[in-house]
Design a protein around this ligand. Structure first.
Ligand code: HEM
Length: 451
């Protein structure tokens, strides 16, 4: 498969260096990201090694012992003593180092925040606060863990590819030849959660190529072009079906209960804090070039560009009707790598070109192929709701029941109240009222089909 890096016409799919979209790996970098920062920043890496080796539990873990709390506090004390390492030209001029810097600092940040006791204020020490704000400013993404840290820039080969000749180019990794570099829990369940998304990114590359071909043909717009577009859209429906299978396959190696209680809590951002504590970045007011962040939502695969691209291409409109508040989907753009965000903006500049083309072509076969592709995306979202139910809604209900039974307040056999029924609605890591939100995005996708 080849994807030309030039922009064929105004609305073409612009794949290439300028948008960091690779013809083999799409939104993932074509080579495994670097594993360790150079010596200048070794203290960050060493502190991350210590946290991983420490096997820490979150501050609100049901089975947290006094000894667990002391061990994580002794690690946090070391973090507080760590000097503020420089974010200098050597780091900022090298995108690979910057990405690794963001990954290391945001893993440190989440370890720090989530191991704190739940009744103390969240004050992120200067040693993490200042560099993470600086690195994030340069990358133009928020100073907390994002999908790019857990998935896009967090992989390596299980087995290095045979072709070692750099002139021959790098092979895209096979979907079963991936490993994650960094995890919080060390559990295969966490790794599988990240790799499921990575596989979707890689498999989605064919969809990008089909989009490019479709747009080229739309530019021509004759009878042959209509036949070709129809064929591309049918193939695209098949690719999206495979994305759905890859999503459902997460169940093979990621256990819902372990995911819910041992993996997911590490991802919480400021807007998922149970006691609504603010994240304070120590020393930020003393630095002229820095300001406190405005919003901090934890990482969500809602930040995956491939799903957004499919929406834009097929003409699914997720824009918020309430103009004061940006939609979740547009909020998530700000958490994506800047060039991917620009890529999406470029595509959205001419909204729904494919959909209008289908409407005006009045060709039955073309319409049918388009609807099949939209239906496949709707079915991807149906599957996604099954996954969210299995991995979040179900375990949250069981945890609420167990907590209430444990509190021994049920003496008459009354049914405990599951979360989302009487209390606040259940939140996604991206801070949404997840049940309503996922249903809405699914319904908006279905409504995009043309009758
Ligand atoms: C165990 C696996 C997964 C769970 C439990 C899960 C859960 C969720 C939740 C709760 C949301 C609501 C937004 C928020 O975070 O507040 C969400 C949004 C989203 N997720 Fe997932 N997700 C999983 C895997 C994936 C994967 C592998 C992808 C694809 C790369 C994906 C793509 C999306 C997208 C695009 C959204 C935005 C809403 C939409 O487009 O329908 N998710 N997810």
């Amino acid at each position: 498969m080849t994807i030309d890096s030039s922009i064929h016409q105004e609305n073409a799919i612009p794949v290439g260096q300028v948008f960091d979209v690779d013809s083999r790996t799409g939104f993932m970098p074509p080579q495994p990201p670097i594993r360790r920062l150079p010596a200048t920043w070794e203290e960050w890496e060493a502190m991350l090694d210590a946290a991983i080796a420490g096997g820490f539990k979150c501050g609100d873990a049901a089975d947290l012992t006094e000894e667990d709390a002391e061990r994580s506090e002794s690690w946090r004390a070391q973090v507080r003593k760590m000097p503020v390492l420089p974010v200098n030209g050597a780091l900022t001029s090298c995108p690979l180092l910057l990405r690794r810097g963001h990954l290391v600092l945001t893993f440190l940040l989440h370890y720090y925040v989530q191991t704190l006791p739940i009744d103390v204020p969240i004050l992120i020490p200067r040693s993490i606060a200042i560099p993470v704000l600086r690195v994030s400013n340069v990358l133009d993404i928020p100073p907390l863990l994002t999908f790019s840290d857990t998935v896009l820039y967090n992989w390596e080969y299980k087995t290095a590819p045979s072709s070692a000749n750099p002139d021959e180019g790098v092979e895209a990794p096979q979907l079963d030849n991936l490993r994650s570099q960094t995890t919080f829990s060390g559990l295969a369940d966490e790794e599988e959660f990240y790799l499921c998304s990575a596989r979707i990114e890689l498999r989605g590359v064919e969809a990008l190529e089909l989009m490019r071909q479709t747009m080229d043909e739309m530019f021509v717009g004759d009878e042959i072009a209509v036949r070709r577009i129809s064929a591309y859209l049918k193939t695209m429906a098949g690719v999206i079906n495979e994305l759905k299978t890859l999503l459902l396959d997460v169940r093979k190696q990621c256990d819902p209960e372990r995911y819910y209680s041992l993996v997911r809590p590490w991802f919480r951002g400021e807007d998922s804090d149970m006691t609504k504590r603010k994240w304070m970045f120590e020393g930020v007011e003393e630095e002229q070039d820095l300001s406190p962040p405005r919003e901090l939502s934890g990482p969500s695969a809602g930040q995956s560009s491939i799903v957004h691209v499919l929406d834009v291409f097929l003409g699914v409109d997720h824009q918020s009707k309430n103009s004061d508040k940006p939609s979740f989907m547009s909020r998530m753009l700000t958490y994506m790598p800047r060039n991917h965000r620009l890529f999406l903006k470029h595509l959205s500049a001419n909204p729904r070109p494919l959909r209008s083309f289908i409407v005006s072509a009045q060709d039955e076969e073309l319409l049918d192929s388009y609807n099949k592709a939209v239906l496949a995306l709707k079915e991807f979202r149906d599957a996604h709701m099954i996954i969210a139910t299995l991995y979040i809604i179900g375990p949250a209900r069981r945890a609420a029941r167990a907590a209430m039974a444990g509190a021994a307040q049920i003496d008459s056999g009354a049914e405990p109240t599951p979360p989302g029924k009487a209390g606040e609605p259940l939140k996604g890591t991206g801070g949404t009222d997840l049940v309503k939100f996922l249903k809405d995005t699914r319904n908006r996708t279905g409504a995009t089909m043309i009758s």
